[in-house]
Design a protein around this ligand. Structure first.
Ligand code: SF4
Ligand code: SF4
Length: 383
């Protein structure tokens, strides 16, 4: 299907949807030199920006859905073109025109699940707290210190449920009074917004905000940097401000206050992978490293591209719902880098990163060479 639209109309729409900055681009190409796609294939965000500035007639191309919103190009752009917002603006236009090519098959299914059950897996909303059945986890009440919001993957995905359970174990060990909202929790809406479905994002955000207010929530602890970014930086668009803390920040707080004690050694070589939405988008680089450095015996090594230059896992920007050919996965490069660095454990703090890195680890036959763990899974072994 080819979508043709009047150039002027598209230019106006790009502006309306937040992509006005495309006009500042002077085509230096710095964005393309850092974009991770160019490690695995040819992709030019510079060219897309240029086309957008001139009216962008074809919005059904796969390229429009490539950007993982990793933010690396944003850091080097001398003209503040705000490429992430531009890419999302194009997708919003495509959604507005009803564009839905075959490569968006999983996005369609995630959309249906989010609209019906508040999760992208089309799983029963009532099962959202099943991960906690055998753990010591209460329903949140206003008197509690903090709400733990695990998010969709740690609630439903078998691998990531271990992260939710590890988090609960660590919090219990530290004596934190916390609770969850279970079936009252909905997806934060981050990934569906990034693929251009603004209406569904607003519905999910309003549902969560209403639930938080009705339950007297003030402080929210999250496992996912995507939930963190959305609650902290995007929900204020609805005139609400919650105190949001990512688990890496909270763990450091608990350790520094002496509420959490490390009692065992962890004699392994470890590297930390910075998730884009924790690092580049929110400047949380030091806290996870500080936590890991407090563990006796643990040898922390730095990956080739880390901190501000961290390599994206490939799953942001809604790419979690779009198939990526095995040979084009950034997470493969990340796993190869970690193996070459000689580490036994690649630690991270994002459900999307864990999903991608685990897939690559198994796909590349490194099952016996390296582990991929969430930071809470390491902590639970040493407390
Ligand atoms: S880095 Fe910025 S100014 Fe340079 S080509 Fe990319 S978007 Fe345009
Ligand atoms: S945000 Fe990341 S994936 Fe998207 S165009 Fe920029 S560098 Fe490439």
């Amino acid at each position: 299907m080819e979508i043709e639209a009047p150039f002027k109309e598209i230019i106006e729409e790009i502006k309306e949807f937040g992509g006005e900055a495309v006009k500042y681009c002077y085509q230096c190409g710095k964005c393309d030199t850092v974009c991770p796609w160019n490690k695995v294939t040819n992709f030019s965000v510079r060219r897309l920006i240029r086309e957008a500035a001139f009216g962008f007639p074809e919005i059904d191309r796969e390229e429009v859905w490539r950007c993982t919103t990793c933010g690396r190009c944003v850091e080097v752009c001398p003209r503040e073109v705000r490429q992430v917002e531009d890419m999302v603006a194009m997708r919003r236009i495509a959604v507005g025109y009803g564009v839905s090519p075959s490569f968006l098959r999983m996005v369609r299914s995630a959309t249906a699940g989010l609209a019906a059950e508040g999760n992208p897996f089309v799983e029963d909303r009532a099962k959202r707290a099943d991960w906690a059945k055998e753990s010591d986890v209460q329903t949140f009440t206003e008197e509690m210190e903090i709400l733990y919001f695990p998010g969709c993957f740690p609630s439903y995905d078998a691998r990531l449920q271990n992260v939710a359970r590890a988090t609960a174990n660590v919090l219990n060990k530290a004596g934190v009074e916390f609770g969850i909202l279970g079936s009252e929790e909905s997806c934060c809406g981050e990934s569906i917004r990034k693929v251009g479905n603004e209406d569904l994002f607003k519905t999910l955000a309003k549902d969560n905000i209403k639930t938080f207010i009705e339950n007297g929530v003030k402080k929210i602890l999250v496992s996912s940097p995507h939930c963190y970014h959305t609650f902290k930086n995007e929900y204020p668009e609805f005139m609400v401000h919650f105190d949001v803390v990512h688990i890496t920040q909270y763990l450091l707080e608990l350790l520094n206050e002496g509420r959490l004690q490390i009692g065992k050694e962890y004699t392994k070589k470890v590297a930390y992978h910075d998730p884009c939405y924790l690092g580049r988008h929110n400047n949380v680089y030091d806290e996870p490293r500080e936590v890991l450095k407090k563990i006796p015996g643990l040898e922390l090594r730095e990956l080739y591209e880390s901190r501000e230059n961290s390599l994206c896992c490939g799953m942001g920007g809604g790419r979690i719902w779009i198939d990526t050919d095995m040979e084009e996965r950034f997470s493969n490069i990340r796993i190869e880098d970690a193996v070459e660095l000689g580490v036994e454990v690649l630690v991270t703090a994002c459900p999307y990163c864990i999903d991608a890195l685990e897939d690559s680890r198994l796909g590349l036959n490194y099952e016996d060479t390296i582990q991929v763990l969430d930071i809470t899974e390491v902590l639970q072994e040493v407390i």
